[in-house]
Write a protein that binds this ligand. Structure first.
Ligand SMILES: [Ca+2]
Ligand SMILES: [Ca+2]
Ligand SMILES: [Ca+2]
Ligand SMILES: [Ca+2]
Length: 417
């Protein structure tokens, strides 16, 4: 038996209890709290006895929890597992006590947007002085051509919305984080953002909307992607894995940001010798003046010494890369992890020198019988800044007579000469 999910706030009191008569060795029951964003609670099992017993849970909502469900779970523990047992339940009490706080006193300060190619990172400083501090923030985003923000209304929570297809998005961020990141935005487009502090949840949610709410924005870079491989959803991989030696291979794994990446480990009961390549499809950026490679990655165990980023302009796209194609080691263009499961941005590698009709990039993993790292790669991006013409003269306001001559002056960037 499961209750509806309800929003919770860290540190608030949460209580549940029920009485159970369990005098059947084939059955038992227990109380569970299923938290979104924090570890679940699994209570003790009822014990066989002649009388009624009460199972209780009294605690404070753990850090990170955003919603919860109460559950009573029933178990068949008979030796033949036939689903036939009888327990009785009575006087079920679920309680979640919320204090209803007033509206936050102040907006955050220094709300700002930083463009990172086609991501936008928002930052701000939490209010720490007001009589009522916020518990969380609603950050709204809109594309430039949309009309104004839809200002939130007290009592009506705005859910996270990462679907920009209607021109709008929203994200809720806990007090204390001071950051929100919007990824995978369209290139060359102005995005605007607004931030609203709030207290409480559900029907009691209280947004600060009076006065002038903070806004920030920025235009994403004018780039074109030829590869944007996020390895999402499950099993997605638009790259080729080539196993040169060793039993272990590149595989999809549920890690990265968002979850879904390629993972390679030569460890299976011990370190094993391997050489395994993860290779992009053929890239032709000969129409452009520049080419950039970027990715996120994590490395745990062993060291970075067996991990390489390679590029070739004469690989045939299918053969053993250890014998086919001339490969150049460009590992030093990128930042490698210090070790652990956290993904880091490898940085932006300028690979313009390798523009060709058939350019391939590869992640080359090697391990030995003595050392086998785990390497996880996500968000492999190959992109270019497109040529831009900026007319300097005329710049507006001039009167150009029909039939007369006028000298037009312009500047250009990222031009292919
Ligand atoms: Ca939307
Ligand atoms: Ca309000
Ligand atoms: Ca292998
Ligand atoms: Ca991913």
């Amino acid at each position: 038996m499961t209750s509806d999910a309800f929003n919770v706030t860290e540190g608030e009191e949460i209580n549940a209890s029920f009485w159970v008569a369990d005098n059947d060795p084939a059955g038992r029951a227990r109380l569970c709290i299923i938290y979104e964003g924090a570890s679940n609670y699994y209570g003790t099992y009822s014990e066989d006895m002649a009388g009624w017993q009460q199972l209780t849970y009294t605690n404070l909502v753990p850090a990170g929890a955003t919603s919860a469900e109460f559950q009573i779970r029933f178990y068949d523990v008979s030796s033949n597992w036939d689903g036939d047992a009888t327990v009785f339940v009575d006087n079920v009490v679920y309680e979640y006590n919320t204090t209803v706080y007033p509206e936050p006193t102040n907006y955050p300060s220094d709300f700002n947007a930083t463009v990172d190619v086609t991501d936008i990172d928002l930052g701000w400083l939490d209010d720490t002085e007001g009589d009522q501090l916020p518990q969380a923030y609603l950050v709204l985003g809109k594309m430039i051509y949309q009309s104004e923000f839809v200002v939130p209304v007290d009592g009506t929570p705005v859910e996270n919305d990462n679907d920009w297809s209607d021109g709008y998005a929203a994200i809720n961020i806990p007090y204390g984080d001071e950051e929100a990141v919007f990824q995978f935005l369209q290139a060359n487009l102005q995005y605007d953002f607004a931030i609203f502090p709030y207290t409480n949840t559900g029907d009691d949610i209280d947004y600060k909307t009076d006065g002038t709410y903070p806004v920030a924005g920025g235009a994403t870079d004018n780039v074109v992607y030829s590869i944007y491989e996020t390895f999402d959803p499950e099993a997605s991989r638009d790259m080729m894995a080539y196993n040169v030696t060793g039993e272990q291979v590149w595989e999809w794994a549920n890690f990265g940001n968002p979850p879904g990446c390629q993972k390679m480990s030569g460890y299976a009961g011990g370190a094993n010798e391997n050489e395994d390549w993860l290779i992009t499809s053929s890239i032709d950026m000969t129409a452009y003046s520049n080419m950039l490679l970027r990715f996120d990655h994590a490395r745990n165990y062993a060291s970075n010494s067996g991990l390489f980023v390679m590029v070739s302009t004469d690989y045939d796209g299918t053969s053993d890369p250890s014998t086919n194609g001339t490969w150049t080691d460009i590992t030093s263009l990128f930042t490698f992890p210090s070790g652990g499961w956290n993904f880091i941005d490898a940085g932006i590698g300028d690979v313009s020198a390798y523009i060709s009709p058939t350019t391939y990039f590869a992640f080359k993993y090697t391990s030995t019988n003595a050392a086998a790292a785990t390497w996880e790669v996500d968000n492999v991006r190959v992109y270019t800044y497109v040529p831009v013409i900026t007319v300097i003269d005329p710049n507006g306001g001039e009167i150009l007579e029909q039939g007369s001559q006028y000298e037009i002056i312009w500047d250009h960037d990222y031009w292919v000469e």
